[in-house]
Design a protein around this ligand. Structure first.
Ligand SMILES: Cc1cc2nc3c(=O)[nH]c(=O)nc-3n(C[C@H](O)[C@H](O)[C@H](O)COP(=O)(O)O)c2cc1C
Length: 353
């Protein structure tokens, strides 16, 4: 019997299987609003059999977008276009979740197919915000070190976006604290040089994230799961480490976080990452065992038996797929066949298979 296709329960939410779509920016929103691209893209992956659609990094404020094409939940007019998408995903017996994000010093870049370069006024009229005035890399924009007022404003922005996510019909919320974006910048001693209560010690570096999680958990309904994506390592000596990730995971669990979505890297330009099949699974396994919290694993998981083994060996509770689901929305159907598991097709397609 396949573990990958065994239902999974968190809070009041039942996932039909343990194979989810990893958040992936589509760079296609206009003023943060979803459109027919997002409808077709996300709903087709739900039709393809994923148990969870985790929508792309969705900004809590305009200056927190990675690109001008990011989704946002910083304005009430961004709610309505998501309602229909979420309803259609849920009609497929698939759970729809959203990843709330602030890109920090890595905000404000052109879309990949427009060259990825940093944008400046008038195309990007906002200051980049970060724990410390330190650019991500040579030639990258200098961010402004956040004041306590900025920190308070963003806490409110995360809570307001959480409230909009609920109104939009999402049933799972993930906070993006990975990949060198704002929260990760606070966590890592390589990007956080603050001398106030938000910098220095481990306790101080995790403070901003914990405060936001505390406030978000109070707003997000108890029956819906709250997840946090972290980078388990900066892959750089002196940087954020697996040991700190385990300690953070224990604290997040106490705050009511239901699952740690374990990725890595993104905060140090030029870090040497030993990319290989399942290269982040060991981080998930360690966090799951040491912090006794549910985990998701992601990264170069490309075949059914590999995914199945990760779960049956107890190295994660959920497998997330990124690029494989860009290539083939019906991958879960193929994998279910391969693993001889039940995965009902949309009834409209029964005659095709
Ligand atoms: C086009 C693209 C966009 C991405 N956008 C995000 C994002 O919005 N949030 C995030 O946490 N990760 C993002 N990622 C990383 C993926 O979620 C995933 O962790 C990564 O691609 C590794 O998984 P894979 O090997 O299955 O693709 C993105 C990846 C791709 C390819």
């Amino acid at each position: 019997m396949s573990t990958l296709f065994t239902p999974f329960q968190q809070a009041k939410i039942r996932f039909r299987n343990r194979l989810g779509m990893s958040p992936m920016c589509m760079y296609t929103a206009v003023d943060g609003q979803a459109n027919s691209w997002h409808l077709a893209h996300y709903v087709s992956r739900a039709q393809g059999g994923a148990g969870l659609i985790l929508m792309e990094a969705t900004a809590v404020s305009p200056e927190g977008r990675i690109s001008p094409g990011d989704l946002g939940l910083y304005h009430d007019n961004q709610i309505e276009p998501l309602v229909n998408i979420n309803q259609m995903i849920h009609e497929q017996d698939c759970i729809s979740g959203v990843q709330l994000a602030h890109a920090g010093r890595k905000a404000g870049h052109a879309k990949p197919w427009q060259g990825n370069a940093a944008l400046y006024a008038p195309d990007w009229p906002w200051n980049r915000l970060a724990p410390s005035a330190m650019p991500f890399d040579e030639g990258e924009p200098m961010p402004r070190a956040m004041t306590e007022e900025d920190i308070d404003r963003l806490k409110t922005a995360f809570v307001d976006a959480t409230c909009r996510a609920r109104q939009a019909g999402f049933r799972l919320l993930e906070i993006h604290a990975a990949h060198g974006y704002l929260f990760h910048e606070f966590l890592s001693p390589l990007s956080n040089l603050r001398t106030d209560s938000y910098g220095g010690s481990f306790e101080n570096r995790i403070r901003f994230l914990l405060q936001v999680i505390h406030a978000v958990r109070a707003e997000w309904p108890a029956e819906f799961p709250l997840w946090v994506r972290i980078s388990a390592s900066d892959w750089t000596s002196g940087g954020w480490s697996l040991a700190e990730s385990i300690a953070l995971a224990k604290r997040l669990k106490i705050e009511g976080v239901d699952l740690i979505d374990v990725s890595s890297g993104g905060n140090v330009a030029g870090a040497q990452i030993p990319i290989a099949p399942g290269y982040q699974v060991a981080f998930s396994e360690a966090i799951r065992k040491e912090a006794e919290v549910a985990t998701a694993t992601v990264g170069l998981i490309t075949d059914a038996s590999q995914a199945e083994r990760i779960l049956s060996d107890g190295k994660a509770d959920v497998v997330l797929l990124g690029r494989p689901l860009l290539q083939n929305p019906y991958l879960p159907q193929s994998w279910a066949k391969e693993l001889e598991a039940e995965l009902p097709l949309p009834k409209q397609y029964l005659r095709g298979w």
